[in-house]
Design a protein around this ligand. Structure first.
Ligand code: HEC
Length: 133
């Protein structure tokens, strides 16, 4: 029993329970549509339709844009980090400067919308679904 408790403790402390976090409230209904539109306009050309970093503009880039569908990578990133890289550009966090700063183009709200949008490319299998491929 003690072991189970400390295990839970570790999980909670590590903040490693993305599956148990409540889904973001659908407060601003217009935001997701706007975020999608912004993504299509500004980001898709490099980051690709599925967020895999394979947009038409990515061919010449080195390093390539990261794969937003890669849950393991994206879960390591805090929202603050994603905000910073989108707002201030890749070199602000030691990534490629090909990722330009968008802070002058997009409002803070729009950037927050895009953070949710790029996170949505990582498709977690539903909890409890033990299906293996
Ligand atoms: C000119 C191509 C290009 C465009 C346009 C572009 N990006 Fe990027 N993006 C990159 C590259 C290159 C990287 C950094 C890859 C590296 O250094 O490993 C990157 C990195 C990122 C990261 C960090 C990923 C991580 O793993 O932490 C985020 C988030 C991101 N871009 C979001 C956006 C958003 C949102 C837009 C649209 C507003 C956008 N990008 C537009 C090329 C682009």
């Amino acid at each position: 029993m003690k072991r189970v408790q400390s295990l839970l403790c570790v999980l909670v402390l590590a903040g490693g329970l993305p599956l148990l976090r409540p889904a973001p409230a659908a407060a601003e209904d217009a935001a997701p549509a706007k975020a999608q539109e912004n993504y299509q306009t500004f980001c898709r050309k490099c980051h690709g339709d599925q967020g895999k970093g394979d947009g038409p503009g990515a061919a010449m880039l080195n390093p390539k844009p990261r794969d937003f569908a890669d849950c393991a990578n994206m879960q390591k990133r805090s929202d603050d980090e994603l905000f910073k890289v989108i707002s201030q550009g890749g070199d602000s966090i030691g990534m490629s400067a090909d990722m330009q700063p968008w802070g002058g183009t997009l409002s803070d709200d729009e950037i927050h919308g895009l953070i949710k949008f790029v996170r949505s490319f990582c498709k977690q299998p539903p909890a409890g679904n033990a299906e293996h491929k």
